[in-house]
Design a protein around this ligand. Structure first.
Ligand code: SAM
Length: 303
């Protein structure tokens, strides 16, 4: 697609990935970097709503004397939701060591053994009552969590949640599944909070903020637990590429689309200190060896 001479350049829609040629640089589509079809979904999609609001604000407040030219590129955090929407159909390949995630029998056996250890750890956590799972994705952990109490599984992307729903139905389990931003303030206090492979998407400057939100979700004495990634070359795809800077990951989908997203490998010691500073006691941070980080704490003060 070519742009009119002197006109705005085409962009890839942040939501569906299709290339769109805005008519003028001041178009709402150009400000939001969303195609008109996706912009039309603002009523049902929190990410689109967020981009629309930001685009309206940006369009209403041009810098004095400046002529808007190019839409602002999305931040790495803003790439997370479109990336996981697009990856939903291939996400479980990562757990199952399928396709580009297969690293040969020896590496894959090590992965499977550590995943078993992590699953046993989650199973043994003191979880019960009302449980919230943030950034639940395709529901890999939701099925186990739903056997422990009344589960509310949230994610900012809807495509992974559709898969989580199918998984729960296949296991004849019930849970409340809703699109919800992990950064949104809690609307109640619950007995347990779990999040899998989300903390590594929390940029370092926002770690304390996210842990404060986690603490605010819990009743005193409530359980906080998370599982996340350790840095190991056999964890991701075989064709992984180096990111442009630390604490970022360059991800490629099967269809060739690429996304750069925050990916922070927190060290066990720094994570334990941060969880303790956020108002948790009985903090434990362990690893399964090569692949997984396991952390838990109890909301302080305990009843
Ligand atoms: C690495 S996946 C983890 C999925 C699942 N918890 C698991 O353990 O397999 C990260 C998830 O975070 C979700 N996500 C990204 N940004 C989010 C946000 N701001 N709020 C809630 N979820 C978000 C993505 O849609 C994705 O499902």
């Amino acid at each position: 697609m070519t742009s009119p001479p002197g006109g705005p350049r085409p962009f890839a829609c942040l939501w569906c990935g299709r290339t769109w040629q805005p008519r003028a640089s001041d178009d709402l589509e150009a400000h939001a970097r969303l195609c008109p079809d996706c912009l039309g979904r603002a009523g049902e999609n929190p990410f689109v709503r967020f981009r629309l609001r930001a685009a309206l604000e940006a369009r209403a407040t041009p810098t004095a004397g400046s002529v808007p030219t190019q839409p602002a590129p999305p931040t790495h955090e803003e790439e997370l939701v479109p990336y996981y929407e697009a990856r939903a159909g291939e996400y479980d390949d990562w757990y199952l060591r399928r396709g580009r995630y297969a690293h040969g029998p020896v590496q894959d056996l090590a992965w499977q053994m550590e995943l078993d250890t992590a699953t046993t750890w989650v199973d043994a956590l003191p979880l019960g009552g009302e449980i919230v799972e943030l950034a639940a994705g395709t529901g890999w952990w939701s099925a186990l969590l739903a056997t422990k109490g009344e589960l509310h599984a949230y994610d900012a992307a809807s495509a992974p949640l559709d898969r989580a729903r199918d998984r729960l139905l296949a296991h004849r389990l019930r849970a409340h599944l809703h699109v919800r931003d992990a950064w949104a303030a809690p609307d109640r206090a619950v007995d347990a909070l779990f999040t899998g492979f989300w903390l590594s998407h929390v940029p370092r400057p926002r770690l304390a903020e996210f842990l404060a939100i986690s603490r605010a979700w819990l009743r005193p004495g409530g359980t906080f637990a998370l599982i996340d990634s350790l840095l190991d070359p056999a964890s991701g795809t075989r064709d992984r590429a180096e990111p442009s800077a630390p604490d970022l990951a360059l991800r490629r989908l099967v269809d060739g689309r690429t996304f750069t997203i925050p990916k922070v490998f927190y060290e066990p010691g720094e994570l334990a200190a941060a969880i303790g500073a956020a108002g948790f006691g009985d903090v434990t941070v362990a690893t399964t060896g090569r692949f997984f980080l396991l952390a838990s704490g109890r909301a302080w003060p305990a009843e």
